[in-house]
Write a protein that binds this ligand. Structure first.
Ligand SMILES: [Zn+2]
Length: 464
C-alpha cells in the first residue's frame, strides 16, 4: 500500500482538532467520577467508561484486565501539640502505616548528613521536622534516603514540610520506586504545608512535643487495567503501546495527573480508528491502547500488566512490544518530543519526527526514571518512553499541580492536548509501518537493567 503522508497527516491533525472528545473525557473523569483511587468503585466506573468509549470508537479486543492490588485505606489522621492541645493540619504520606506516637519536635532542616550530625543526640524518640526540597549546593539526596537516615538515627516519625506556598500540600511517597521492595516506610511520615512548617519549627525551638495518630490499613483488592486495539494490517502479531494511568491519589480530581494522559490515550485511539473507518487506512503492526491502574500505588497496575503479558523473567506469553509510550501529566505546554529508556531506537524515532516537520525531538533518559508507568516495562528490558515535556515545573504553572485537590480541570489545556493527539497519531502510524526487519533489535537484557539500576541507586532523578 502506498501511503500519502501529507493527506494522512492533514486528516489526523484535522480530526484531532475538530472532532475532539478531549473536553468530554476530562470533564467525565474529573467532575462526574472524581478521585479515582485504584480498587475503589470510582476506578470501576472509570474502567467501564474507558471500555465503553473505546468500543464506541471502533476499537477491538476491548478489555478490563483484573489483577490483585496491595492497596491502602486512610481512615483518620490527627496531630496535636501536647503542651497546649492545638491542632496541626497534617496529611499522611501515601501508604503511611498506622501510628500513635508522641515525641519532642526536632528541626532537622533538609535532613542531609550535616543536619543529622548536629541533631544526633536529640533524635532518638523524637519527631523530626524536615524540608521536602533539596538543600541548595549540597549533594542531592532522595527523600526516601533522608527518611531512612532519620529512622536509623532513632526518630519515631517525620513531618515533611511541602515546598509549595499558599497552604498547598500534596500526597507524597516515602519510597524510591527504583529500589526493590519500594513499599516500605522507614517511619511514619506525614506532610504539612510550608506555612504550618514555619509554626512547627518555632514549636521545635521551644522544646514542644507533638502527638500524631494515623489510622490506616493495608489489604488486597482486585483492580483493573484497560486495553483496546487496532489490529495491524501487515504484522498483526507485533504491537506498539500507547498508555497512561487512569487512577489518582485520594481527594483529587486528577486533571493534570492524569485525566490529561488518559484522555489523550482514548482520543488518539479514536482518531486512528476513525482514519481506518473513513479512509480505510489501518496501522501496519497492531496499536494497543492501555490505561494503567495504581500508578499512584507503587506502579502496581503497570507491573501487573507486564507480568501478565510479557512474563516476569523474560519468558513472554506474547512477544514484547516494539515500543511503549507512557503519557503522564501532560499539562506542561506543547508537545516537545519523546524520551526513550534505552538508546537503540533514537535514530528511528527521530527520523519519524523529522518526516513530520514540526521540530519534535527524541532523547534518551540519562537515568532510569521510576516516576511513572514506563518503569516496570524498562525493568523487563522493554523499550519504553515518556514525553520529554515531563514536569516542566517552573516553566508551566499547571504542571505543578498533582496529588492535591487543586489539580482540577482548569489545569488541563485542551487545545494543547489536541496537538498531542494529532502528533502521537502521526508518530504511531509511522512507527507501525516500519517493517520488522528494519526495526532495530532490542539488545537490552533484564540483567543489564538490574546492573544499571544498582549503579544509579540513591541518585536523585533529574527532572527538568
Ligand atoms: Zn501521574
Amino acid at each position: 500500500m502506498s501511503l500519502e503522508w501529507p493527506i494522512i497527516d492533514r486528516w489526523l491533525m484535522g480530526e484531532a482538532w475538530v472532532n475532539s472528545r478531549l473536553a468530554q473525557h476530562i470533564l467525565h473523569l474529573c467532575d462526574v467520577i472524581g478521585p479515582r483511587w485504584a480498587s475503589s468503585p470510582a476506578e470501576a466506573q472509570t474502567v467501564a467508561y474507558i471500555n465503553e468509549q473505546m468500543r464506541a470508537a471502533g476499537l477491538v479486543n476491548v478489555a478490563a484486565e483484573e489483577y490483585m492490588l496491595h492497596t491502602w485505606k486512610l481512615e483518620n489522621h490527627q496531630a496535636t501539640v501536647v503542651e497546649d492541645g492545638s491542632r496541626i493540619a497534617i496529611l499522611p504520606f501515601n501508604r503511611c502505616p498506622a501510628c500513635d506516637v508522641t515525641g519532642p519536635l526536632v528541626d532537622v532542616g533538609f535532613g542531609t548528613p550535616h543536619w543529622l550530625e548536629d541533631a544526633a543526640k536529640k533524635l532518638p524518640g523524637a519527631i523530626a521536622v524536615v524540608n521536602l526540597g533539596l538543600e541548595p549546593f549540597s549533594p542531592p539526596v532522595p527523600m526516601a534516603y533522608r527518611l531512612r537516615a532519620l529512622a536509623d538515627a532513632g526518630a519515631i516519625a517525620a513531618v515533611v514540610v511541602d515546598r509549595k506556598e499558599g497552604g498547598r500540600v500534596e500526597y507524597h511517597s516515602a519510597g524510591d520506586w527504583r529500589d526493590p521492595g519500594p513499599d516500605v516506610h522507614p517511619l511514619p511520615t506525614v506532610a504539612v504545608t510550608r506555612e504550618e512548617g514555619i509554626r512547627l519549627r518555632k514549636l521545635a525551638a521551644q522544646g514542644k512535643h507533638l502527638h500524631i495518630t494515623v489510622s490506616a490499613e493495608f489489604y488486597d483488592a482486585p483492580a483493573h487495567n484497560t486495553s483496546a486495539e487496532l489490529v495491524g494490517s501487515a504484522w498483526p502479531e507485533q504491537h506498539i503501546i500507547l498508555g497512561g494511568h487512569h487512577d489518582t491519589v485520594f481527594g483529587t480530581p486528577g486533571g493534570n495527573d492524569n485525566a490529561s494522559g488518559t484522555s489523550v490515550v482514548m482520543e488518539t485511539a479514536r482518531v486512528l480508528a476513525q482514519l481506518q473507518a473513513e479512509m480505510g487506512i489501518r496501522p501496519g503492526c497492531t496499536l494497543r491502547f492501555v490505561t494503567f491502574s495504581a500508578e499512584e500505588q507503587t506502579l502496581q497496575g503497570a507491573a501487573a500488566y507486564v507480568a501478565q503479558h510479557y512474563g516476569a523473567s523474560g519468558d513472554s506469553p506474547e512477544s514484547k512490544p516494539r515500543l511503549v509510550i507512557n503519557l503522564d501529566e501532560l499539562s506542561a505546554g506543547s508537545i516537545k518530543g519523546l524520551v526513550l529508556g534505552f538508546p537503540h531506537l533514537r535514530k528511528l524515532v527521530q527520523r519519524q519526527f523529522d518526516s513530520m516537520g514540526d521540530g519534535l525531538q527524541c532523547h534518551v533518559m540519562a537515568q532510569l526514571d521510576a516516576s511513572s508507568d514506563h518503569f516496570p516495562f524498562l525493568v523487563a528490558g522493554i523499550d519504553a518512553s515518556h514525553l520529554w515535556r515531563w514536569r516542566f515545573v517552573g516553566r508551566h504553572a499547571d504542571a505543578d499541580f498533582h496529588h492535591e485537590p487543586g489539580d482540577t480541570t482548569d489545569k488541563v489545556n485542551v487545545r494543547e492536548l489536541k496537538e498531542y493527539v494529532g502528533q502521537l497519531a502521526r508518530l504511531l502510524l509511522r512507527l507501525s509501518f516500519i517493517a520488522p526487519d528494519e526495526w532495530p533489535a532490542n539488545p537490552v537484557t533484564v540483567a543489564a537493567v538490574k546492573e544499571r539500576l544498582e549503579a544509579e541507586r540513591g541518585q536523585v532523578i533529574r527532572v527538568f
